[in-house]
Ligand binder design. Structure first.
Ligand code: NAD
Ligand code: UDP
Length: 341
């Protein structure tokens, strides 16, 4: 079911989407940092519907209240406007630590803040996990592999990152965040899980996300040229697949990093052509020069996730793209309707 339609259907018929009943023994108190963002809000939906108590902590840098508004007022839900760079004192059983801008324009907007969020923010959340004995899952990234020299990338690859390039605040920030997780695990016995997430797209992505899927869809919908950079291959998958992977990793006994991504291969040009045809757009395709430090190829080796979690992405690409196109059309409409208010 399209999660957006599903949720809007319920907002008309009942006050909240349906929530499973869990006994006190099975119900967990779960903190999601960055829970008002794209991935975090889908994770919030899953954990709320599964019957858990969810606290979302977000500073609304790239996230929005709208992404989780359908839960506001629910007895199992709490939304806290807080920056993870500041300490946080609450009581929880699990922490999904997602707080961090994720797209290059967002994380490059204020590189020092990106570094603080990924380092001090992660340290604070590990400190919290240590104090309350919670398990922490870090939303890490395929960017820790940098511009990789081996294909596909498995979890043993150490990466090829420019430490002083324009992407370093994010790439190195996440690498340090991983290092911190394992230092807290070894030194303090904190239970950690590390998901290395590959590019994901879908509803509730920021309109100005600036990554290729949202760019192409918006360009196609607005009749503007689709701007293709000459990277050879790229891979994407959908938030529903990702969220299932995150939850099963959190509840597994795998403390080492696990890749979550789609190993299906597409060139950027193929993507542009597919989106153009799905939108039935008259936009033409414009080729741009390569961006500095742009990874040329990236492809996850997901054998570990398959073998140990029984996980792999299942939503077909066209289905995901169609839903995302619908989402962006509605967002454009929403913007146009609110422009003159
Ligand atoms: P997003 O920008 O939509 O969500 C990030 C959320 O974190 C936002 O709600 C933002 O307001 C919040 N945030 C940022 N800094 C904060 C701070 N200092 N304190 C509190 N909240 C803060 O991005 P997303 O795509 O949902 O990404 C979520 C996580 O997954 C990020 O950690 C990102 O690095 C990781 N990730 C995402 C992708 C992807 O393709 N979307 C790929 C790899 C990794
Ligand atoms: N911290 C937090 N919430 C807690 C416990 C700790 O935000 O419930 C922060 C704390 O302020 C510190 C960081 O986490 O900045 C690291 O905490 P830890 O206990 O590991 O280190 P210490 O405070 O002993 O240096």
């Amino acid at each position: 079911i399209d999660e957006v339609c599903f949720l809007s259907f319920y907002s008309f018929t009942q006050k909240y989407p349906p929530v499973k009943f869990l006994s006190e023994k099975d119900r967990k108190r779960i903190l999601i940092t960055g829970g008002a963002g794209f991935v975090g809000s889908h994770l919030t939906d899953k954990l709320m519907m599964d019957g858990h108590e969810v606290t979302v902590v977000d500073n609304f840098f790239t996230g929005r209240k709208r992404n989780v508004e359908h839960w506001i007022g629910h007895e199992n839900f709490e939304l806290i406007n807080h920056d993870v760079v500041e300490p946080l004192y609450i009581e929880v059983d699990q922490i999904y630590h997602l707080a961090s801008p994720a797209s290059p324009p967002n994380y490059m907007y204020n590189p020092i803040k990106t570094l603080k969020t990924n380092t001090i923010g992660t340290l604070n959340m590990l400190g919290l996990a240590k104090r309350v004995g919670a398990r922490l899952l870090l939303a890490s990234t395929s960017e820790v592999y940098g511009d990789p020299e081996m294909h596909p990338q498995n979890e043993d690859y150490w990466g090829h990152v420019n430490p002083i390039g324009p992407r370093a605040c994010y790439d190195e920030g996440k690498r340090v965040a991983e290092t911190m997780c394992y230092a807290y695990m070894k030194q303090e016995g904190v239970e950690v899980r590390v998901a290395r997430i590959f590019n994901t797209f879908g509803s509730r992505m920021h309109m100005n996300d600036g990554r290729v899927v949202s760019n192409f869809i918006l360009q196609a919908l607005q009749g503007e040229p689709l701007t293709v950079r000459p990277t050879s291959c790229f891979f994407f998958f959908l938030p529903s697949d990702l969220v299932n992977g995150l939850v099963s990793l959190m509840n597994s006994n795998i403390s080492s990093p696990v890749n979550l991504g789609n190993p299906e291969e597409h060139t950027i040009l193929e993507f542009a052509q597919l989106i153009k045809s799905l939108v039935v757009s008259r936009s033409h395709i414009q080729f741009l020069p390569e961006a500095q430090d742009d990874p040329q190829r990236r492809r996850p080796d997901i054998r570990k996730a398959k073998m140990l979690l029984g996980w792999e992405p299942v939503v077909p690409l066209e289905e995901g793209l169609n839903k995302t196109i619908q989402y962006f059309s509605r967002e454009l409409e929403h913007q146009a309707n609110n422009q003159y208010i």
